[in-house]
Design a protein around this ligand. Structure first.
Ligand code: PGA
Length: 245
């Protein structure tokens, strides 16, 4: 199965022209992986309405209601009707702003109902990881049980992003491919027993300080199905190297 590389542009870039340039830099040559780009909402639909060979689009967030008096929110159907296929749900930067597991769960269910593919972000903070990998596994397991409560067995995409590894975190450092692979294997086993389904139904990505210098070491591990890339995804030459590593 080819690896999946998801670009989380976060609140970048400041103009549509730059957004388009980032997309166009990836077209014209064969890409070595499946690529999903997640630009901010304002640029997303202008891009997702067009055909860019080899590229798919995702949103960075979604709301759970279908329509109504929810100022500033975007519904799953709006995304679906704009050619958007994926949506990141439960990113740690949103959780930090107050998004709870219950909200993540509602978003996830609404996205699935509308036919979007959610990319659920899970991962422990520094305090938890200080207590070791077993504590981190327990944390991630509880997070998945809450976020996926009442969700039917579907082929799901999960991004394991230890919060302490995200490049913009103070004192961040990339996880080791060995620990990331062990956690990802654990995530697949947990999902497979939660859903009574084969481990192969679940794609689990690693995220946190992925660069062209370390991507190969993560992506060559059979347990790791791809990467969620933040900072390095808005530098096109760098991102292309990650895709084609
Ligand atoms: P990073 O971000 O690659 O810059 O660490 C990853 C993310 O926050 O999704």
């Amino acid at each position: 199965m080819s690896k999946l590389i998801v670009a989380n542009w976060k609140m970048n870039p400041p103009t549509f022209r730059e957004a388009e340039k980032l997309v166009k830099a990836l077209t014209g040559s064969r890409l070595g992986a499946r690529v999903v780009l997640c630009p901010p909402f304002v640029w997303l639909t202008d891009l997702s309405h067009k055909e860019y060979p080899g590229l798919e689009f995702g949103a960075q967030d979604v709301f759970w209601e279908k329509s109504g008096a929810y100022t500033g929110e975007i519904s799953p159907l709006m995304l679906k009707n704009s050619g958007v296929k994926y949506v990141i749900v439960g990113h740690s930067e949103r959780r930090r702003l107050g998004e709870t597991d219950e909200m993540v769960n509602r978003k996830l269910k609404a996205a699935l109902r509308a036919g979007l593919k959610p990319i659920l972000c899970v991962g422990e903070g520094r305090d938890v990881r200080r207590r070791g990998l077993v504590a981190a596994k327990n944390f991630v397991k509880r997070q998945m049980q809450k976020d996926l409560a009442g969700v039917g067995a579907k082929s799901l995409v999960i991004a394991y992003e230890p919060v302490w590894a995200i490049s913009t975190e103070k004192g961040s450092r990339v996880d080791t491919p060995e620990d990331a692979a062990e956690m990802i294997q654990f995530i697949k086993e947990t999902l497979s027993s939660m859903f009574h389904a084969s481990r192969f139904m679940f794609r689990v990505l690693y995220g946190g300080s992925v660069t062209s210098g370390n991507a190969g070491r993560f992506l060559k591990r059979p347990e790791i199905d791809g990467a969620l890339v933040g900072g390095a995804s808005i530098r096109s030459a760098e991102f292309k190297k990650i895709i084609n590593n």
